[in-house]
Design a protein around this ligand. Structure first.
Ligand code: S3P
Length: 171
């Protein structure tokens, strides 16, 4: 069966919701950031600092290619995964794309105490979020369905995704 691929901006809940969804559907769960840390032996922060963003994006692209040949997974992707159209094509080969969104203030609240996201560390956090969101808005529109996680609990979002998938005979 098709992979279920969660895309969306940092702090929209991809990892938490992905893990819960995988549990609920009895599927294997992959977080692309965690997978990249495993193959490189470095944290995301170390990759950005030592090897640079281009190296990180190429690891992401390799992973998207690999995922294209897999099935039955729930995958949560890093917020920049879908900026590369080739990754989108690869993820869509055997996947349904679910975009998660949240209002900027909710994203701010969720990411403000975490130091794990190199792209948000420089300058003013609120401004960074707003400008990146604007820059990327269109990239997340490639999804088959978009769900706002700002006003809903994890279980409610999982429920919405499951309803969509079963109504479309995807699961
Ligand atoms: C990134 C998002 C991060 C991680 C990296 C780059 C991005 O993942 O892949 O820091 O470009 O938006 P999360 O969306 O899981 O935070």
């Amino acid at each position: 069966m098709k992979n279920i691929v969660l895309i969306g901006f940092m702090g929209t809940g991809k990892t938490v919701i992905g893990r819960r969804l995988a549990n609920r559907l009895n599927r294997e769960f992959i977080d692309t950031d965690v997978a990249i840390e495993a193959v490189t032996g470095k944290t995301i922060a170390q990759i950005f600092a030592k090897d640079g963003v281009i190296r990180f994006r190429s690891e992401e692209a390799l992973l998207a290619k690999k995922i294209a040949g897999k099935q039955d997974l729930v995958i949560s992707t890093g917020g920049g995964m879908v900026l590369n159209p080739q990754n989108v094509s690869n993820l869509k080969i055997n996947g349904v794309l679910v975009a998660l969104t949240a209002p900027p203030e909710v994203i701010y609240r969720r990411v403000k105490n975490k130091k794990t996201r190199p792209l948000l560390l420089k300058g003013d956090l609120k401004e960074n979020i707003l400008s990146l969101l604007k820059e990327r808005e269109r990239s997340y529109k490639v999804a088959d369905i978009t769900i706002d996680t700002g006003a809903h609990s994890v279980d409610e979002v999982v429920e919405q995704i499951c309803r969509y998938l079963s109504e479309g005979n995807i699961i």
